[in-house]
Design a protein. Structure first.
Length: 116
């Protein structure tokens, strides 16, 4: 059974930084993604990375500010978030699935709050 456990969320001021972690267990993964959901809004894609080769994808709203990376030995994916804005406030989820950039397993989420 696949398990994803996120950590690293919290309260930060505008312009600050946070690093989220997602520890994965249970099977071999092809790719991992980060998504977020703000109050009253739909869940949206943030970033993704392939385990093999490290190809990455980003939403336009976070390009240049967020960086996704992985530690294959630890089965952990990170999301480094810099220059945070109030609109980045959301619950952040990591996800994985049976094929590249396909997601059917989700973590429990971690809250990120950016205050001005």
């Amino acid at each position: 059974q696949v398990q994803l456990v996120e950590s690293g969320g919290g309260l930060v001021q505008t312009g600050g930084s946070l690093r989220l972690s997602c520890a994965a267990s249970g099977r071999t993964f092809t790719s991992m993604g980060w998504f977020r959901q703000a109050p009253g809004k739909e869940r949206e894609f943030v970033a993704a990375i392939l385990w093999s080769g490290g190809t990455t994808r980003y939403a336009d709203s976070v390009k240049g500010r967020f960086t996704i990376s992985r530690d294959n030995a630890k089965n952990t994916v990170y999301l480094q978030m810099n220059s945070l804005k109030s609109e980045d406030t959301a619950v952040y989820y990591c996800a994985t699935g049976p094929a590249n950039f396909v997601y059917d397993v989700w973590g429990q989420g971690t809250q990120v709050t950016v205050s001005s």
